[in-house]
Design a protein around this ligand. Structure first.
Ligand code: HAM
Length: 426
C-alpha cells in the first residue's frame, strides 16, 4: 500500500471553510491598520540566523531552543523566522526607510516558525498579524498600538478581553533591576529548573518568564521592577495607562509581565481572552528602543505587537462568534453533450464578470448535474445543449421554485444579473 502522508507535528492545514474565515479576519486587520495610517510590509520567511540571534536575542528560549536553523547549499546559516520584528527592522535598515519619513508605521501578516512543544494554542508553524512603529519614543505610539489591537479584536466579535501592562524600564533601570534579580535568584538556585540555571547564566531576567511551576513559585517572591523604575519611565507608563483608558481598553498593571524576547524596553503588554487564559495570550508586544541599533542602525525608538491567528480562532470559537463568510456560487452552467462545452466555456467567462459561476467540466447526465448544482446552493442553473445552441437560447432553471425559462443567449448575462443583483467580487 502506498504511504499516506500527514502534515508535520505542530503544523495544520487551513481548510477552505476556515480559510474563508481567516481571510475575513485578515481583511478586518488590514482595514483597521490602514485606517490608523499603517502600510503593509512583506518580508521573507527565512533570514540569516544572525538577524534573530541579534534581534530576538541570544538569551531567549526562541533563539536557544526553538529556531528552525539550517545551512543552504552555499553553507550560509539561515533560520525560518520565529517572529517578524527583527525582519522588519532589517528591511527598514536595508532600504533606508528612515530617510522616507520621520516615523514608519507598517503592518504584516504571515506564518512564523518555532520548534516548541505543540499543545493547546501552540504550534510549530503559526500565523501572526502585527504592526511596528519605528521612529518615535512617544507614549502615544504605545497607546495607539494597544488601542489598535483592542479595536481589531473587538471588531471581529471578541469579548471578555483584558490587557496586562508593565514597564521593563529603560537601559538604566533595567540594568539595575537585572542586578537585583540576579542577587535574589542566586540564593534560590536550587529551587529552579535545569533550563533556568542556564537562563540565570545568560540573562537572569529570563527566569522571570519560566512557565515551570517550581520556578513560578520562586519568581512570585522576586522583587518587582516597579521598585526601581526611574521617574521618566514611571511617567511614560502612566501616560500609556491614561491614554488607553481613554480609548476604552480594559487593562491592569502586572509587575510579573516580562515577555519572552530580549529587546523590550519600557512598555510591555499582552492581550488575553479571559476564557482562553492568561498563558494563552492572543497578542503581545511592547517598546524596543535599542533593537534598531542592535541590528546595526542608528539609535531609533520603536514599538509594536503581534497577535496569533490560531489563538484568535480558538477564542472566537469559545465565544461562539460565527463569522459570516459568503463563498457560495450564484450560477451553475450545465453543458449537455460534447459540442456544448465551447459555448458554455464562453458564457461562463462572460458571466464571471459579475457573478460567481461554476462550470461543469465533465459530460454528465442532467439530473446528476442538477444534483451538484443543488449541493452548491446555486440559485440558477443554465442548461445548454445542441438544441439550445441551434435556437440561440439557453434554458435557465430557478433552483428555488423549479421553474424553467428560455432566455436569449445574448441576453442571459443581463437576465441573471437583474435577478441576482450582481455580486460584489471585491
Ligand atoms: P510573541 O509574544 O512571541 O511576540 O508572539 C505574539 C503572539 O503570537 C502570541 O501572543 C501568540 O498569540 C502567538 N504565538 C506565539 N507563539 C506561538 C505558537 N507557538 N503557536 C501559536 N501562536 C503563537 C512576538 O512575536 C513579537 N514579535 C511581538 C512584537 C512586535 N513586539 C514588538 N513588536
Amino acid at each position: 500500500m502506498t504511504r499516506r502522508f500527514k502534515a508535520m507535528r505542530g503544523t495544520h492545514d487551513i481548510l477552505p471553510e476556515e480559510a474563508s474565515r481567516w481571510r475575513l479576519i485578515e481583511e478586518e486587520f488590514a482595514t483597521i491598520c490602514i485606517r490608523y495610517g499603517y502600510q503593509e510590509i512583506r518580508t521573507p520567511i527565512f533570514e540569516s540566523t544572525e538577524v534573530f540571534e541579534r534581534g530576538t536575542g541570544f538569551s531567549t528560549d526562541v533563539v536557544q531552543k526553538e529556531m528552525y536553523t539550517f545551512e543552504d547549499k552555499k553553507g550560509r546559516r539561515l533560520s525560518l523566522r520565529p517572529e517578524a520584528t527583527p525582519s522588519v527592522i532589517r528591511a527598514y535598515l536595508e532600504h533606508n526607510l528612515d530617510k522616507r519619513a520621520k516615523v514608519l508605521k507598517v503592518f504584516y501578516m504571515g506564518p512564523m516558525f518555532r520548534y516548541d512543544r505543540p499543545g493547546a494554542g501552540r504550534y510549530r508553524q503559526f500565523h501572526q498579524l502585527g504592526i511596528e512603529v519605528i521612529g518615535t519614543a512617544s507614549p502615544v505610539a504605545d497607546a495607539e498600538a494597544i488601542v489598535l489591537l483592542w479595536d481589531f479584536l473587538r471588531a471581529i466579535g471578541l469579548k471578555r478581553l483584558k490587557v496586562r501592562l508593565n514597564s521593563l524600564g529603560c537601559e538604566k533601570c533595567r540594568v539595575e533591576y537585572s542586578g537585583i534579580v540576579k542577587s535574589f535568584l542566586e540564593g534560590n538556585l536550587k529551587h529552579l529548573c535545569q533550563d533556568c540555571h542556564e537562563r540565570f547564566a545568560r540573562n537572569p531576567l529570563r527566569v522571570l518568564d519560566c512557565k515551570q511551576k517550581k520556578c513560578k513559585a520562586v519568581v512570585a517572591k522576586a522583587p518587582e521592577i516597579g521598585e526601581v523604575l526611574c521617574q521618566p519611565c514611571r511617567d511614560h507608563l502612566e501616560e500609556v495607562k491614561r491614554l488607553i483608558k481613554l480609548g476604552g481598553v480594559e487593562s491592569y498593571l502586572d509587575a510579573r509581565l516580562v515577555r519572552g524576547l530580549d529587546y523590550y524596553t519600557r512598555t510591555v503588554f499582552e492581550v488575553f481572552h479571559e476564557a482562553s487564559g492568561i498563558d494563552n495570550s492572543l497578542g503581545g508586544g511592547g517598546r524596543y528602543d535599542r533593537l534598531v541599533e542592535d541590528l546595526g542602525g542608528p539609535s531609533m525608538p520603536a514599538v509594536g505587537f503581534s497577535a496569533g491567528m490560531e489563538r484568535i480562532g480558538q477564542a472566537l470559537e469559545i465565544d461562539g462568534v460565527n463569522l459570516e463568510t459568503n463563498q457560495s456560487v450564484d450560477v451553475f452552467i450545465a453543458p449537455m453533450g460534447g459540442q456544448a462545452f465551447e459555448k458554455a466555456f464562453e458564457l461562463a467567462r462572460d458571466l464571471r464578470l459579475n457573478l460567481r459561476v461554476w462550470l461543469e467540466f465533465d459530460e454528465r447526465k442532467i439530473d446528476r448535474q442538477l444534483r451538484t448544482a443543488s449541493r452548491l446552493g446555486v440559485r440558477f442553473t443554465v442548461i445548454i445543449g445542441s438544441d439550445e445552441i441551434s435556437r440561440g437560447i439557453v434554458k435557465v432553471k430557478d433552483m428555488t421554485t423549479g421553474e424553467q425559462y428560455e432566455v436569449e443567449q445574448s441576453g442571459v448575462a443581463g437576465w441573471l444579473k437583474k435577478r441576482l443583483g450582481g455580486t460584489d467580487l471585491e
